[in-house]
Design a binder for this molecule. Structure first.
Ligand code: FAD
Length: 373
């Protein structure tokens, strides 16, 4: 029989230290909650860092109007504080062709900066720790079981935020979920020596992404990332294809600087929440956590609001979801919800709602977002 050691309790436990989880944890801590952030890898940032997705989609609508502020903007600025960017000086403005409020960033340096942000915010952080199961009393979650070098531990919480990117905590708690459909993508970061030489005098970094399978080709099979075998197959396929690609390059001139450390599925699993985010242009939902634009060039000028109801299921009183697992059906909703700035927005809302519920002794499924001061 494996022993589970009961450890301390927190106001809020956040599972997953990707963009959404960091945003949630930092926000809840700033609101005065005691917060425990559990991350299974050894670096914060999730897909945006370990997954080498180093393009921060726009905070603006593509026609010069800024849509996202708060943590979404704070994290964009943090992403480029210590390393390179290509943020246009005059994004949008009078000339929408000048670019959008979006940027490239260094995934490695951003991850280091996220550590500092989280620690400075007073969040208790645990890396290299896998949160395996929520402990449920009917539909109420009393805390989370984790596995690490310490063995198996239980941490108690008043509110649990699932920011895992695959909704595994919500799923195991019994919240209904749906699977996402994906096409094969494998992105690495590469450098070519000849180009590096050419860049030297211009003081640019020669960092590029090498990828295949980008876009959504109609003839590719759809992939699902909800099992360990499927994820392994996905990773092995991607790596083998990348090795094949490398073998066709000049050996002395080419290097892959780093492989991704997570499977690059765009959508794995999302909750079926109290309300769906469907990305309907111009529609203002009654209890919105905030607004966003649409990163896709063909959808410039669209304005969406995100309902608080997309972050929880009505039968579960102390579990919130944020990031790419919120209640957003396949199609426009999930496509917009999953990108980095919107993950920061939903994380911020989850952190704020969690801290408020703890402070006022209320449940996450009975408050409105509008009542939070
Ligand atoms: C191929 C591809 C291209 C993309 N391109 C862009 C782009 O150009 N721009 C853009 O803005 N977005 C892009 N995205 C989307 C974006 O990168 C992600 O959707 C977003 O970063 C997800 O953030 P998240 O915090 O919700 O989840 P994740 O980044 O998945 O973070 C989840 C975190 O939780 C941790 N975790 C999971 N389970 C557990 C557990 N049980 N216990 C402890 N920790 C756990 C993980 O290790 C991870 O750190 C792209 C995605 C893909 C796959």
């Amino acid at each position: 029989m494996i022993q589970t050691v009961t450890r301390e309790s927190y106001d809020v436990i956040v599972v997953g230290g990707g963009i959404a989880g960091v945003s949630a944890a930092v926000t809840a801590a700033r609101q005065g909650a005691s917060v425990f952030l559990i991350e299974k890898s050894i670096n914060l940032g999730g897909l945006a860092t370990n997954g080498l997705i180093s393009w921060y989609e726009p905070l603006c609508d593509g026609l010069g109007k800024q849509m996202l502020y708060g943590m979404a903007e704070e994290l964009l600025q943090l992403a480029i504080r210590y390393s390179f960017d290509n943020l246009p000086e005059t994004w949008g403005g009078s000339n929408p062709m000048e670019g959008r409020y979006a940027t490239m960033f260094s995934p490695t340096v951003f991850s280091l900066a996220l550590d500092k942000l989280v620690v400075d915010s007073g969040v208790k952080l645990r890396l290299d720790t896998y949160a395996t199961y929520p402990v449920m009393e009917q539909n109420h979650c009393t805390g989370v079981i984790c596995e690490s070098i310490n063995g198996r531990e239980f941490f108690g919480a008043k509110v649990v935020i699932d920011a895992t990117g695959d909704a595994s905590i919500c799923h195991r708690a019994g919240i209904p979920t749906e699977l996402g459909e994906n096409y094969m993508t494998y992105i690495t970061h590469m450098t070519e020596l000849k180009q590096t030489d050419a860049c030297k005098n211009r003081q640019w970094l020669n960092v590029g992404s090498d990828m295949f399978g980008n876009g959504h080709p109609a003839d590719m099979p759809k992939l699902y990332g909800d099992s360990a075998d499927a994820q392994t197959e996905h990773l092995l396929y991607g790596k083998a294809a990348m090795l094949d690609r490398v073998s066709k390059k000049p050996r002395q001139n080419y290097d892959i600087m780093t492989l991704p450390f997570v499977a690059q599925y765009r959508t794995i699993r999302r909750i079926v929440g109290a309300e769906d985010f469907c990305a309907v242009d111009g529609e203002v939902c009654a209890d919105s956590i905030g607004a966003c634009g649409d990163f896709r060039p063909k959808h410039k000028g669209k304005h969406y609001t995100v309902p608080y109801g997309a972050l929880y299921h009505g039968d579960f009183d102390n579990i919130l979801a944020c990031g790419r697992i919120i209640s957003a059906p396949q199609g426009d909703g999930w496509e917009v919800a999953r990108v980095i700035p919107v993950c920061a927005l939903t994380g911020e809302a989850a952190g704020k709602a969690a801290a408020y519920c703890v402070k006022t002794n209320q449940t996450v499924n009975r408050i409105t977002y509008q009542q939070i001061p």
